[in-house]
Design a protein. Structure first.
Length: 91
């Protein structure tokens, strides 16, 4: 895991349970995809990476989570923001 955190971000008011749930899901999916690619690759130099970056946008905070895993299959991309969508075949 690599971190690039903006130290200029002031404390935020948010619902801890909500942000924790979101971040845990993003991290779990990213770790899963990166590890899956590691298991499937024949490249011994491949290094799984999950990168988290934050950025102060003035009146907002941006959080980016990126991995170098297998990616999201094209047939699932349009369903990404549908509530309760989960691909059971991948797990």
């Amino acid at each position: 895991m690599e971190r690039e955190l903006d130290r200029t971000i002031a404390p935020l008011e948010l619902v801890p349970q909500d942000i924790t749930r979101v971040l845990l899901n993003l991290f779990a999916n990213g770790f899963y995809a990166a590890d899956k690619r590691r298991r499937e690759t024949s490249d011994p130099a491949f290094r799984p990476v999950l990168k988290v970056a934050t950025r102060n946008l003035g009146n907002a905070v941006e959080i980016r989570v990126r991995d170098n895993g297998t990616g999201i299959p094209p047939e699932h991309r349009d369903k990404l923001f549908q509530p309760f969508f989960h691909d059971q075949a991948d797990r």
